[in-house]
Ligand binder design. Structure first.
Ligand code: NAP
Length: 411
């Protein structure tokens, strides 16, 4: 009789999950499903590819149990859970497990748990010098309430996109954040089926000490969604709710979330930020943190920022006021009348020598945020910059990830 089959069963922690639907949207093989109560993973479909892990804002997704395949938790059981079950010890393969035999040969069978293959994914890491983030202070069952302190349109009046800078004040409420973290907005009301809306995630666009220094407030960068990726008209539930808020309105907020897309805090650290559109939110937070603490940050700062044109680019005015000695900015405009289309990856190639130097700097930290489609293009541009500089990109990429120096958040 063959050995019983062992699996690493992928589970979602119902106590931490905020039901934002990101994992179900991300899973390439439809292994994740949900009901009104829980998000769950089908053991017979999940292949442990890890695609859902880094997009999950809370980390609820990253739970694994080594199980006999025949005893894997079915989704019917998972849907009823209020908390994850503990680890169950696997049965021993022979008497040597419970009664160690000093004379046992070195080739004695391994415990079953050690025979399980790992899925091969590496979890993203924070920079070694990042501050410790608070995460999951407020879940869906107990959101915090913030008050709108300001809501300003960032894009030109005649621009095709309506991007807002929204300031939320937490008053006396403890809601500590770091640059690079995100919060979840709970849109009021219910969907067409009468169910509460999913939570929507937004990156924080202000530094840890507040949009206004010393105030308990944060800023968000929100684009009003009026069409889907194929250009069909849709009304984004949370983005329209946020963009229409007036000063004094109240908003339910969950989070904060994110423990890896964080900025380094050591003096020698250099930072390269690459973003498109509203992916600029965390870059604004980090830039402002460094601007307010210039004495502390002695490294280089580069920004590659892609937008359709300058009128559509959030924070264009304030960015233009920053001296190049503080921030080396490279814009890439894709729909600038009379100009050829340019993406951030083109700008990266143009600045290849400097980019390669920063990639190869052990204190260099890279942040990529924005459209999913830019990710491959940017990594390919890094490859070209490295090739020109005689650097082995594949090796460098693996090292950067292992050292918490390469951070990617694309949607
Ligand atoms: P957008 O205006 O649609 O696009 C910005 C620029 O990126 C445009 O110039 C666009 O060029 C270009 N682009 C399109 N495909 C590209 C590719 N494959 N490689 C490089 N550049 C490409 O951007 P957006 O609507 O603001 O979207 C930004 C993304 O950031 C969204 O996916 C959003 O979810 C995400 N995000 C938002 C936040 C937040 O807090 N609000 C935080 C993190 C991430 P074209 O002229 O070709 O369209």
């Amino acid at each position: 009789m063959g050995a019983p089959e062992i699996i690493r069963q992928h589970l979602i922690d119902p106590e931490i999950c905020i039901r934002c639907n990101t994992c179900e949207d991300t899973c390439p093989i439809d292994a994740i499903t949900h009901d009104d109560r829980n998000y769950v993973v089908k053991a017979d479909v999940c292949n442990g590819c890890g695609a859902c892990l880094s997009p999950c804002p809370t980390g609820a997704i990253d739970n694994w149990r080594t199980m006999l395949k025949s005893e894997a938790y079915p989704i019917e059981a998972q849907l009823l859970w209020d908390e994850l079950p503990g680890d169950t010890p696997l049965p021993a393969t022979g008497e040597t497990e419970s009664q160690p035999d000093p004379a046992a040969p070195e080739s004695a069978p391994e415990p079953l748990a050690q025979q399980v293959e790992t899925s091969g994914h590496t979890s993203p890491k924070a920079p070694w010098s990042a501050a410790h983030p608070y995460v999951n202070l407020h879940g869906v069952r107990a959101p915090a309430t913030a008050t709108v302190a300001g809501n300003y349109r960032l894009t030109a009046d005649d621009a095709s996109s309506d991007v807002h800078h929204i300031v939320l004040d937490f008053g006396q409420h403890f809601f500590p954040v770091l640059e690079g973290q995100a919060i979840g907005i709970v849109p009021p009301g219910t969907d067409a089926a009468g169910k509460p809306h999913y939570i929507r995630m937004y990156s924080i666009a202000s530094p840890r000490d507040g949009e206004r220094p010393g105030y308990n407030n944060i800023a968000l960068t929100v684009k009003r969604v009026e069409q889907d990726h194929e250009g069909r008209p849709v009304r984004g539930v949370a983005s329209n709710f946020l963009c229409d808020l007036a000063r004094g309105d109240e908003v339910r907020v969950v989070g904060p979330f994110g423990s890896t897309f964080l900025m380094p805090n050591h003096r020698e650290a250099s930072v390269m930020m690459i973003c498109t559109g509203t992916g600029s939110a965390p870059m604004r937070a980090m830039t402002e943190r460094m601007r307010r603490n210039l004495d502390h940050f002695a490294g280089q700062r580069m920004l590659f920022f892609g937008a359709r044109n300058a009128r559509e680019l959030p924070y264009f005015g304030p960015l233009m006021k920053l001296p190049t000695s503080f921030l080396d900015i490279h814009f890439a405009f894709s729909r600038d009348p009379g100009q050829p289309r340019r993406y951030v990856q083109d700008a990266i190639r143009d600045a290849g020598a400097r980019v390669a130097g920063l990639l190869n700097d052990p204190h260099g930290h890279i942040y990529i945020c924005g459209l999913k489609g830019m990710e491959d293009g940017v990594l390919a541009a890094f490859g070209d910059a490295c090739a020109d500089a005689g650097l082995p990109w594949a090796e460098l990429e693996a090292r950067m990830k292992a050292e918490g120096r390469l951070h990617i958040e694309t949607y």
